[in-house]
Write a protein that binds this ligand. Structure first.
Ligand SMILES: Cc1ncc(COP(=O)(O)O)c(C=O)c1O
Length: 424
């Protein structure tokens, strides 16, 4: 293939050369099993320990609160299914309508099994109503729950989180809300969500896949109980995830069959990828401020250029609370798939909806949940940038995109003068 302009970094990212380099010894001579009794395995275990420390530092957790998984889908399933397994039907699960399928599908499975579940709607910019979240929690736990838990936590000592006192036989609420949306980049107010959960003694999980490396994550400042991330979204390879479990969090392990990860996730550790993930965390931690400013500059230029050159476009999502690298745009009267297809011919990689959903021509559940009108919902595409993109690439896209949009509009049977009743 010739020139590739890769603007699909929310789907996956290039492995950083620094990450690849630190992994190589573990694909060579350092192949011991970290669980082995012998010194050959033991030396590898020391590297895994150090990697765990670096990963913990990235989110300001304690190393023993980090569990390595195979991907964020596994981490998300662990949070939802593991918590449900522990509490049984005393648990209510509250999530949002715009989560990734790695959350929505396990939650819908619980619903089919008879659990109480709620998918909170979002408004036109993709934000939830925090009052509604609080009502849903209180509706299950009762008004006094938060105060009772807080009183118990005080009695048990300040280190105990109120929700840790919840046990089986008592009602519990699991709130699972993504930190930022993968399609629009909309950032949810996680600090306020965490405060509501703490007040009422609800357990909080966040799918933090898309914020990794883009905005700071500090689990002490934003006290979540569980958090999921995925290495391949921030320049580590595909096939390594992390699951943060605050000390005292109660769940039944999702993967059974071994004592690894302190019996929280069975299976021999993927050592080379764990080492790679730790390097990706270090790079992200050290470069975050600079990267944020750089990505914002690229993204804003791309957005301004598109809006100036193409009529009938709308930028989707809360512009005031958005990841610096993400731009979701609806081009009215045309299909996002056709745009992505024609850009692909020019070496430009973008996506329509999440990568996992592409292949289906159904409009994105996220864009639909925001109430984007029919004329625009099908023409939604996502541009997502990384530290490896350049201003020259933005200029290239701004040169190639407008003629593609014009050509598709000229072919489209729909337009501003169409009879709206023909839109379905
Ligand atoms: C928000 C979100 N959660 C979960 C996932 C799943 O991640 P993984 O590919 O590591 O399973 C993705 C991937 O697109 C995502 O964007």
């Amino acid at each position: 293939m010739n020139k590739i302009v890769y603007f699909d970094n929310n789907a996956t990212t290039r492995v950083a050369p620094e990450v690849r380099d630190v992994m190589l010894p573990f694909l060579g001579d350092l192949y011991g099993n970290p669980s082995s009794m012998h010194a050959f395995g033991g030396q590898v275990a020391k590297f895994v320990d150090r990697a765990r420390e670096e990963v913990a530092r990235f989110i300001n957790a304690d190393p023993e609160e980090i569990v390595f998984t195979s991907c964020a889908t596994e981490s998300d399933n662990t949070a939802i299914r593991g918590t449900a397994d522990y509490y049984g039907k005393d648990l209510k699960v509250i999530t949002t309508a715009v989560e990734h399928p790695a959350i929505l599908q396990p939650v819908r499975r619980l619903k089919a099994l008879g659990y109480e579940t709620v998918e909170l709607p979002v408004n036109e910019v993709g934000q939830i109503d925090l009052g509604q979240l609080e009502k849903e929690i209180v509706g299950w736990l009762g008004d006094a729950a938060g105060e009772t838990h807080t009183a118990l936590a005080t009695a048990f000592g300040s280190s105990a989180s109120p929700r840790q006192i919840c046990g089986t036989g008592k009602r519990a609420v699991l709130v699972s809300i993504m930190w930022a949306n993968n399609e629009t980049g909309v950032i949810f107010p996680m600090e306020e969500i965490a405060a509501i959960c703490q007040k009422h003694g609800a357990i909080l999980h966040t799918d933090a896949v898309q914020v990794a490396g883009k905005i700071p994550v500090d689990v002490k400042k934003v006290p979540v109980d569980m958090l999921s991330m995925s290495g391949h979204k921030f320049h580590a390879p595909k096939g390594i995830g992390l699951f943060y479990m605050k000390k005292g969090t109660k769940l039944k392990p999702f993967m059974l069959g071994g004592h690894q990860e302190k019996v929280r996730r069975a299976g021999t550790e993927n050592v080379p990828y764990i080492i790679g993930l730790s390097k990706a965390c270090e790079l992200a931690r050290l470069g975050m401020a600079e990267e944020q400013a750089y990505l914002t500059k690229l993204r804003d230029k791309l957005e301004a250029g598109i809006v100036a050159a193409c009529p009938n476009v709308r930028v989707n999502g809360d512009k005031a609370h958005r990841l610096p690298n993400t731009l979701n745009v609806s081009f009215e009267y045309i299909e996002g798939e056709a745009i992505a297809y024609h850009l692909s011919d020019l070496g430009i990689c973008i996506s329509t909806g999440s990568a996992c959903a592409s292949g289906s021509l159904d409009p994105s559940h996220v864009i639909r949940a925001m109430g984007v009108p029919f004329i625009a919902v099908h023409g939604s595409v996502r541009f997502s940038l990384s530290r490896y993109n350049t201003m020259e690439e933005v200029d290239y896209v701004l040169e190639k995109l407008p003629p593609v949009i014009k050509m598709l509009r000229d072919l489209s049977p729909f337009g501003p003068d169409s009879d709206p009743t023909t839109f379905k």
